[in-house]
Design a binder for this molecule. Structure first.
Ligand code: URA
Ligand code: URA
Length: 212
C-alpha cells in the first residue's frame, strides 16, 4: 500500500526546531513563503491583497499576537500598521520597549473581508502556521490582544474579560491577555486596565515598570 501524505501533514511532522537564530530566521522565511502561497481558505485567498506574516526578531522577550490583518495591514503586508497599530506602538513605548525588539503577528495571516471575525475553519486552517511561527520565533512571553486571539491561542471559549490580567500558558510559554487596541479606541475606559495588564506582564518579565 502506498500512503500519500495528506496536505496537512506538514503541520503534523515532528517539530524540528533549529537552535541557532540564523537557522530559525531562515526557516521563518520559508514558512512566510508557504503562507504567501496558501489557498486553504478560498474566500480569504480570493479577497486578500497579500498575506501578513509577522515582523520582528527571533528570540524576543515578547511577542504580541493579534487577531487578523485589517485593511491597512492587507495593503502594506505588515501587522498592526493602521490605527490600532499606532496605539499598540504607544503601548509598547509606554512599556519601555521598542517596536523593533518585539515580535508582532496575528493568529490569522489573511484579512477577513470587511474585518469580519475569522470562521472556525479559517482559524483551524491557519493554526499550523501560527504554531510553527511561534516555535521558530521562540519568544519568552506572549501577549494576546483581544478575545479572538486569546481564544484561539489558548484554545478556550472564555472571553477576554475572563482571560485578561493573568497568566496562561501556551506550550510552556507564559501568556498575558489584554484588550485589543482597536477595542481601546472604542472604549478608552479600558486603557487603564490594559496598562495594569502590561505592568503585570513587565513584572513577570523582570523588567522595570515605568511610572509604577
Ligand atoms: N488588528 C489585528 O488584530 N491585527 C492587525 O494586524 C491589525 C489590526
Ligand atoms: N472583545 C474582544 O474580543 N476584545 C477586546 O479587547 C474587547 C472586547
Amino acid at each position: 500500500v502506498i500512503t500519500v501524505p495528506e496536505v496537512g501533514s506538514l503541520f503534523d511532522a515532528p517539530a524540528d526546531v533549529p537552535d541557532s537564530a540564523d537557522a530559525r530566521r531562515r526557516e521563518l522565511a520559508v514558512l512566510a513563503t508557504q503562507v504567501k502561497g496558501c489557498d486553504r481558505c478560498p474566500e480569504l485567498f480570493s479577497t486578500r491583497t497579500q498575506t501578513v506574516f509577522g515582523v520582528g526578531p527571533v528570540s524576543p522577550e515578547l511577542c504580541f499576537v493579534g487577531e487578523a490583518p485589517g485593511a491597512d495591514e492587507d495593503r502594506l503586508g505588515e501587522p498592526f500598521v493602521g490605527a490600532a497599530g499606532q496605539l499598540l506602538n504607544k503601548i509598547i513605548a509606554a512599556m519601555g520597549l521598542t517596536r523593533d525588539e518585539v515580535y508582532i503577528c496575528n493568529t490569522l495571516k489573511c484579512r477577513p473581508p470587511k474585518n469580519r471575525d475569522p470562521k472556525p475553519d479559517e482559524t483551524a486552517n491557519c493554526r499550523g502556521y501560527f504554531e510553527r511561527q511561534v516555535e521558530l520565533v521562540r519568544p519568552k512571553f506572549l501577549c494576546c490582544l483581544g478575545g479572538v486571539a486569546a481564544k484561539s491561542v489558548l484554545n478556550t471559549t472564555s472571553g477576554i474579560m475572563k482571560l485578561r490580567g493573568r497568566f496562561h500558558e501556551y506550550k510552556g510559554i507564559p501568556v498575558m491577555c489584554t484588550f485589543h487596541p482597536a477595542a481601546l479606541l472604542r472604549n478608552p475606559d479600558w486603557k487603564r486596565d490594559t496598562w495594569e495588564d502590561m505592568k503585570t506582564l513587565l513584572r513577570r518579565m523582570g523588567r522595570p515598570v515605568p511610572g509604577k
